[in-house]
Design a protein around this ligand. Structure first.
Ligand code: GLV
Ligand code: MN
Length: 227
């Protein structure tokens, strides 16, 4: 560390000041989620065959008001499935207007007793608000600590990036949640589907060993999940 004397005669710890200044001016990539946009907007051309980090921009001359609006989250989803829940996504693939903006939303409908099963988002932190129903929200840390709370309408939750979490409707009526993410494409690893319904399949021996069960149990889980 260099210690220098300035014009007014004060000693300054130069290296420390330089490091602090650099950190403030150039935040580390790990402090942000999606990169900042380089233009006002970049409506995603989701049909483009070009593969870039995000989608290429639709030509500005072809952009219309409709590109900035999306009504895909206005309708209730169909919860008739083994989990009794459905996530309707409003990420860049459905709503190309969010391309490069580092933001997306979902609507989650959960029938009474239904579960939005344990999953994680590899590219985003999630924040959510319960609109209707009574909801158990849980998350598990990398250190295997479980945090949870029962929410009533208007209450919110936050799920740090990458952590496994779930929502279960423990009330008598339908539950409705809106969630938001700091990525235009947060990704979702739905643990049961990921492990038991992947294509090609994870070898049964791996699943048997991982869960310490017989193949009949693995077969039963797969068939109940709709394999
Ligand atoms: C809820 O957890 C969601 O991913 O929308
Ligand atoms: Mn989630």
């Amino acid at each position: 560390m260099a210690i220098v004397k300035n014009h007014s005669g004060c000693y300054v710890q130069f290296t420390v000041l330089f490091l602090i200044g650099s950190l403030l001016l150039f935040p580390l990539p790990s402090q942000s989620s999606d990169p900042d946009p380089l233009q006002d907007f970049c409506i995603g051309d989701t049909k483009s065959e070009l593969s870039v980090n995000g989608f290429p921009c639709k030509p500005a001359t072809k952009v219309t008001s409709d590109d900035f609006f999306f009504d895909g989250l206005s309708k209730e989803g169909n919860t008739s499935n083994p989990f009794g829940s459905i996530v309707t996504q409003g990420n860049v693939e459905e709503f190309p207007g969010v391309n490069t903006l580092g933001i997306a939303m979902n609507r989650v409908d959960i029938a009474p007793g239904g579960l939005n099963p344990p999953h994680s988002h590899p590219r985003a932190t999630e924040i959510g608000v319960l609109i209707n129903g009574k909801l158990l929200v849980g998350l598990i840390t990398t250190g295997d600590v479980y945090y949870s709370k029962i929410l009533t309408p208007g209450q919110m939750f936050v799920i740090p990036k990458g952590l496994i979490h779930f929502q279960m409707n423990i009330g008598e009526e339908k539950a409705l949640i809106f969630t938001a993410f700091n990525s235009h494409l947060p990704g979702a690893v739905v643990v049961p589907l990921n492990l038991f319904l992947s294509k090609p399949s994870v070898p049964d021996d791996v699943l048997k060993k991982a869960f310490q069960v017989e193949k009949t149990v693995i077969d039963e889980i797969k068939s109940k999940l709709g394999a």
